[in-house]
Design a binder for this molecule. Structure first.
Ligand code: ADP
Length: 294
């Protein structure tokens, strides 16, 4: 468009001279207003983070959300792990699709009090990797928050992509303040080293760190239900102490978490009386206590 072409759009600000840039600015403004509107209806936003993949971040996010929902809280679960969106499969809702309502995209209702949005719902083929550059992912995260009709929630649990790079940064910034963080680690030294980076990342972004949870901590014996100290345990508690953040508890390695995760049955449904389900309920209680205290 030439310099002389004046913007004829209704959204013209009268200064930029191009309809395209006026339109883009208006869209950005509209999205920001929507985002703030949606966020204002959510009491607490909690990001579940880990220093690296494979430590059980999504498992913790799902089971924390389920435990909170079962205790009567109204919960949204945003699966923001675009490259490994496993949340719908873990909840057995991967065959479902969000619908369009008058107020935007309606999240999938997984159970009483639990609504879910994930990239997995939008992929035609689950085997196709998402090959997107940073700005496209940022725009997707923006839409997950501003175009999705979450309604009023007590908690929005966000399963962040692993690590401390662009993607978690982008989502954390969109979620704004106050934003709470749960950091998932496993007991091995390498995972603990990475979880320390997550604590520093959370501090840098002025997130409120609720604490560290140690996943795969000992083995839940399928016969007697007791916990066997398979590798080692206690690293999460030690790291929490050193870093001056609360320790939120330990979840044992439980074969039923793997089979249930693959079959779309949470441990709360598969074995509600077992030590793992109790550990997730304990995590939910601890999270609420930390939030109310701080
Ligand atoms: P991440 O989100 O960190 O990449 P996931 O939550 O996808 O990790 O978990 C990776 C795998 O480990 C999954 O197969 C999951 O079922 C399994 N897993 C997670 N936590 C446990 C646990 N406490 N006991 C047994 N298996 C677990």
């Amino acid at each position: 468009m030439s310099e002389n072409t004046k913007c004829s759009s209704d959204t013209s600000c009268g200064t930029c001279g191009t309809a395209a840039s006026c339109d883009a600015a208006a869209k950005a403004k509209h999205m920001e207003v929507n985002l703030q509107n949606r966020l204002s209806k959510i009491r607490y936003r909690i990001a579940v983070m880990s220093g690296k993949g494979g430590v059980g971040k999504s498992t913790v996010a799902v089971n924390l959300a389920v435990a909170l929902a079962r205790s009567g809280r109204s919960v949204g679960l945003l699966d923001a792990d675009v490259h490994g969106p496993n949340v719908p499969k873990m909840l057995g809702i991967d065959h479902m699709v969000p619908s369009m309502g008058v107020n935007g995209m309606s999240p999938v209702v997984a159970s009483d009090n639990l609504k879910v949005i994930s990239m997995a719902f939008l992929l035609e083929d689950p085997d196709t990797p998402v090959v997107w550059r940073g700005p496209m992912k940022h725009s997707l995260f923006q839409q997950f928050l501003s175009d999705v009709d979450w309604g009023s929630l007590d908690y929005l649990i966000v399963d962040l992509p692993p690590g401390t790079g662009d993607e978690p940064l982008s989502i954390a910034q969109l979620l704004g303040q106050p934003l709470w963080a749960v950091i998932v680690t496993t007991p091995q030294d390498v995972a603990l080293l990475d979880s320390r980076k997550s604590v520093v990342f959370a501090r840098t972004l002025e997130m409120k760190t609720l604490g560290i949870i140690e996943n795969m901590s000992g083995l839940a014996c399928p016969h007697c239900g007791g916990v066997i100290d398979l590798f080692k345990t206690g690293g999460g508690a030690k790291a929490a102490l050193e870093l001056g953040v609360p320790f939120l508890g330990a979840i044992p390695i439980d074969p039923q978490i793997v089979t249930g995760g693959d079959a779309g049955v949470t441990i709360e449904s598969a074995d509600p009386k077992g030590s793992s389900a109790e550990a997730f309920r304990g995590l939910a209680r601890q999270v609420e206590t930390e939030i109310w205290q701080g």
